[in-house]
Design a binder for this molecule. Structure first.
Ligand code: FAD
Length: 424
């Protein structure tokens, strides 16, 4: 399907082919590709990454993907495109506050086995998720336009997008263009934003002790320090530290930084040697006041940005993508307009009611566990040990980590179908 600036309006144009936008595009494309009139879907992406060579060292930008995300990526055919040799299932999470010993009974441990699951999720390079989802979309017949959004104008029956690749028209525009969304700005959707006054330092390290297929997270008075297990035996460090501490850590020579890692992790995985450069990400919170407006919907980081301590950003975004696509496809099957207000309102109610309590809980963890010194913080810190003693509460948190609670889109509810037996 050729989509050029002079083409008829496409049904859905997704601005931003990041992991969330690319998955939304593939879901829409695949859901209707075998119908008499498939949805016409296009993605506008400014900066499509190249797939990494299979033998290349692992990238330091990784995400912990939940079971719900695995199901969504499986449904679009992207999951099998991610080489198993580059993704690490993790079976356990160990979370503790700096006031307790790292291998004591007060460490909160979530084990997939409590929920009868083989693992709690997978640690995967962001670039691989994105390239796999884009490839899945293209294989299903979708079009990727290389270009940058300039302005957009909404009319009664269509939206016009001025881009560096020409002017396009669509019946629904989906803003999946990340935290600094040009779509959100261009249509005037306001957002509550605040800085956490923290910077996340990200790097891969080789540790003296094995990661034991576990994600390790220590709450410090100046932030959180996490080690996520990687498929090559290394770990991905995500260290969210107060801005001044982060600036100091980033300026340290490598060996001094490694010493700080050892000290602040309470030697839980022994000495750590950097195997990549340190990257830094200023952390801020963002919630768009509305996720939709006339013929326009926001998904992923364009709609909400949460603190990385709970590893939820991509996972929430993929659920947005799946929820929106389910509603669009239901409308489309009834020959209704995919950009109809009724579709957009349902999407907004659905996803806002799911995201707001999660964003609040993540903020609470950051405020009371990672920073606080007052009475509420002491209660929260003791609470970690109490959670550890209740299987019931632990199961609740495990279900949350797997992304399997709340009102799930159908595609995230269903386990991927087992491969059918070969015909003999
Ligand atoms: C340190 C750190 C650790 C994290 N760890 C986790 C984790 O473990 N698990 C998890 O679920 N989440 C995690 N996150 C969050 C996660 O990275 C984001 O939520 C996720 O990348 C959002 O995906 P997205 O597709 O919505 O946006 P993005 O990844 O920002 O993609 C947006 C896309 O839009 C394109 N674009 C932007 N502007 C334009 C334009 N004007 N025109 C055309 N294209 C445009 C960009 O090139 C990009 O490809 C972490 C975040 C940080 C900072």
């Amino acid at each position: 399907m050729g989509i050029t600036p002079s083409s008829e309006p496409v049904d859905v144009l997704i601005v931003g082919g990041g992991p969330v936008g690319a998955s939304a595009a593939a879901l829409l494309q695949m859901a209707t590709k075998d119908t008499r009139r498939p949805l016409r879907v296009a993605v506008l992406e400014l900066n499509r990454p190249r797939a990494s060579a299979p033998e290349a060292a692992l990238d330091s930008r990784v995400s912990a993907l939940s079971r719900a995300s695995e199901r969504i990526l499986t449904a679009i055919g992207a999951w099998p495109l991610i080489p198993p040799s580059r993704m690490q299932p993790y079976e356990r999470m160990r979370v503790w506050h700096e006031s307790v010993q790292p291998r004591s009974a007060d460490v909160l441990e979530f084990d997939a086995a409590y929920a009868g699951e083989p693992n709690l999720g997978h640690i995967v390079e962001n670039r691989l998720v994105q390239t796999a989802a884009l490839t899945a979309f293209e294989s299903a017949g979708g079009t990727i336009i290389a270009g940058e959004l300039g302005r957009l104008r909404a009319h009664d029956h269509h939206v016009e997008l001025e881009t560096s690749a020409g002017t396009f028209a669509c019946r629904l525009v989906v803003g999946a263009d990340g935290a600094r969304s040009a779509v959100r700005e261009s249509i005037g959707l306001s957002a509550e934003t605040s800085s956490y006054r923290q910077t996340a330092i990200v790097a891969n390290v080789r540790t003296e002790l094995p990661h034991e297929r576990a994600a390790w997270q220590r709450f410090l008075r100046t932030g959180t320090l996490a080690f996520l297990p990687l498929a090559d035996g290394c770990s991905s460090v995500v260290w969210s530290a107060d801005d001044s501490a982060a600036a100091w850590l980033l300026a340290l020579p490598r060996t001094d930084f490694e010493q700080e890692l050892l000290r602040e992790s309470d030697s839980v995985l022994g000495a750590a040697k950097l195997v990549t450069e340190r990257l830094s990400f200023p952390l801020r919170k963002l919630t768009a006041n509305r996720f939709t407006t006339h013929r326009c919907a926001l998904i992923g980081d364009a709609a909400h940005v949460v603190h990385p301590l709970a590893g939820q950003g991509v996972n929430l975004g993929l659920l947005d993508a799946a929820a929106l696509c389910e509603l669009i496809c239901a409308a489309f099957r009834k020959r209704e307009d995919p950009g109809a207000q009724s579709v957009l309102r349902r999407y907004e109610r659905w996803r806002k009611s799911e995201i707001e309590p999660i964003a609040l809980a993540i903020d609470g963890f950051n405020r009371y566990l990672a920073h606080g010194v007052g009475p509420l913080s002491r209660i929260a810190q003791r609470g970690l040990a109490l959670v550890n003693r209740s299987d019931e509460v632990k199961r609740f948190f495990i279900t949350r980590a797997l992304g399997l609670d709340g009102e799930l889109p159908r595609v995230a509810r269903q386990p991927p179908a087992a491969p059918s037996a070969p015909l003999s």
